[in-house]
Design a binder for this molecule. Sequence first.
Ligand code: UDP
Ligand code: MG
Length: 316
Amino acid sequence: MGCKMDKLAIVVPCYNEEEVLPLTSDTLRGVLDALIEKEKIAEDSFILFVNDGSRDRTWELIEKEHAKHSQIRGLKLAGNVGHQNALTAGLLTAMDMSDVTVSIDADLQDDVNVIEEMMDKFHEGKDIVYGVRSGRSTDSFLKRTTAQGFYRFMSLMGVKTIYNHADFRLMSRRAVEQFSQYGESNLFLRGMVPLIGYETDSVYYERRERAAGKSKYPLKKMLALAFNGITSFSIKPINLITALGILMVIGSVLAAVYAFISYFTGNVVPGWTSLILSVWFIGGVQLLAIGLVGQYIGKIYMEVKHRPRYNIEKIL
Ligand code: UDP
Ligand code: MG
């Protein structure tokens, strides 16, 4: 690593991107040519378009680009598996054919000009370089606030992510190889990549508007991504339910003591105590029970992932 002519693979997941694909192809080939010119990457570096079961002409366009330009390669998935899975398919395919990968969305919202900076950091010995948005002025108010709320909530829930970083990042071959050891099926890459543990760095850029086409992430998919991100990385919600259950049980016991004292001091409201106490107590016990079951499911779930228990950095 660190030697000059590393083979770069740019991995681009595409879902119904016919409107923007030719432009993306031109732009990214421009980036490759410039980097080859500056002798920062090998001449056989390439762009891998991953077609995530598009229902428009995306795949035909990829085939066309491939026929015209040797630098363009394509990977066709059998159906729509979603951005995270498509990106993973691309990374794992590119892994065996390259020394370093950069993943980027098809819509050119991320600044392709910082890829050079990413390569420089790679040559300095970094294994992972995050593309971080320094501003979101072009995003709609809704997108901006929900996205920022999402990052805050994630960290509240104990999921370590890089603030304002999505899936625009450089990964060395060994980082992708290590990532391939993470056997989980609920993928949330920006939570997983920081777990790899190699040396990382960030580059900053302004996020632009989509070059063409519409967002493939409607609110529903965004919420699904957020929910998956939290439940795949944290059992904090289960802990919260358990804590709530314990509080309610304690609360109902205290209320029982209060009712007992009231009984002897003589100011009892008939019917109230038995009703409210049983509601609280049963509710509390139920929450506690669910929480407890959840604890076990949480354990099973962490087990079932078969994550590697350690990453070997070097062997002498
Ligand atoms: N994408 C995908 N599969 C999907 C949805 C999206 O491969 O099911 C790709 C899409 O083509 C794009 C990237 O994921 O390259 C990000 O999607 P988009 O730009 O629509 O998301 P946004 O930037 O609006 O969050
Ligand atoms: Mg986008």
